[in-house]
Design a protein around this ligand. Structure first.
Ligand SMILES: Nc1ncnc2c1ncn2[C@@H]1O[C@H](COP(=O)(O)OP(=O)(O)OP(=O)(O)O)[C@@H](O)[C@H]1O
Ligand SMILES: [Mg+2]
Length: 314
């Protein structure tokens, strides 16, 4: 059988460049060589994508953040007719925009912390933030890896935090801080994998260092009480479906008094061997190679289904 030419697309132009290289290297290491020919495609500029994917059978996306996780690369690959991994254009764009995805979740009755969004410093309003209630998390609306985020405990700290988030994004979210147990729910081909509980060790919350430094966080598969587990499963699956995710995704939540509050849905979550989704998949019996296989197979099915839909309308 001929091996599939799989380009691992990594790097990119977002603040998560380094994280993406780690994801990409790990994917290349674990692609099953009997089925796939793994080809590294490192992107430093947007236009390199077109040449980089030329001749590939499949694009395995190791990108994170803007121009990678946000639907733009997916749109380009759709246009070029190259099947790619993970969610499609609309879902990727929606999930990248925390404000829009939270609006959809809230409308459907899925708990998510209260929030405000500001498009410029002209919107800056300490009274509105106070009404939300301190502490608040200030974050770039379309960020990732906790970059540009600050936990703000009082009005005095607000301005600097907002300026820091505006350095990363044209839209800044002010979100009510939800104290509780942090959990993350990974989904693979529409099914929930074991839930992981996260405890940041050196830091108060899951910031960049807690995420990526060795010993930064304790991440364990959680056994939740049955009623809570059911609520978590419902919220995770509903978020995945409402935001039209496909193949795989990771839903980040805070669990407070047994209620899961959805913070965000990641359509291209970190994929090193120690990242959360692979850990969760491992607990469900997937080796890293098996997980990549499931992602590629699921994505090929998803893309061929959609092409089928187009043809049937012609
Ligand atoms: N409203 C909140 N209440 C409590 N903690 C929060 C809140 N928002 C964010 N956090 C903390 O900050 C971390 C990062 O938040 P969030 O997932 O929104 O950002 P991100 O940069 O998109 O992350 P990712 O790397 O998962 O893409 C969370 O994992 C959590 O520890
Ligand atoms: Mg997150």
């Amino acid at each position: 059988m001929q091996r599939l030419k799989v380009g691992v697309i990594m790097g990119g132009v977002s603040s998560e460049y380094e994280v993406s290289l780690n994801t990409g290297r790990e994917m290349l290491k674990h692609l099953d060589p009997s089925k796939y020919e793994g080809i590294p495609v490192i992107i430093n500029r947007l236009d390199q994508l077109i040449e980089g994917v030329n001749g590939l059978d499949f694009a395995l996306l190791a990108l994170h953040g803007a121009y990678g996780e946000d639907g733009t690369v997916q749109g380009t690959l759709e246009t070029l007719g190259i099947p790619y991994s993970g969610s499609g254009v609309l879902s990727s764009s929606l999930c990248m925009d925390k404000q829009l995805s939270k609006t959809i979740l809230r409308h459907a009755g899925i708990p998510t912390p209260d929030w405000l969004c500001w498009d410029s410093m002209e919107c800056y309003d300490t009274d509105a933030a106070r009404r939300l209630g301190y502490p608040v998390m200030v974050k770039p609306n379309a960020g990732g890896s906790s970059i540009g985020m600050t936990k703000v405990n009082s009005g005095q700290e607000l301005r600097n935090a907002v300026l820091k988030a505006f350095a990363e994004d044209a839209c800044v979210m002010i979100e009510r801080y939800t104290a509780g147990q942090e959990i993350t729910c990974s989904l693979l081909n529409g099914k929930l994998l074991p839930v992981i509980g996260i405890r940041s060790l050196g830091e108060e919350w899951f910031d960049y260092s807690a995420k990526y430094e060795q010993g930064g966080a304790d991440e364990q598969i959680l056994q939740l009480p049955a009623a809570t587990a059911e609520r978590v499963q419902e919220a995770a699956l509903a978020s995945y479906r409402l935001l039209k995710c496909s193949v795989y995704a990771r839903v980040d939540m805070m669990l407070k008094d047994g209620v899961p509050y959805v913070l965000e849905v990641n359509t291209l979550p970190g994929m090193t061997e120690t990242s959360l989704l692979p850990q969760s998949a491992l607990a469900a019996g997937f080796t890293f190679s098996g997980l990549l296989d499931a992602i590629i197979t699921g994505s090929l099915q998803e893309r061929s289904c959609r092409q089928g839909t187009v043809v049937s309308h012609v």
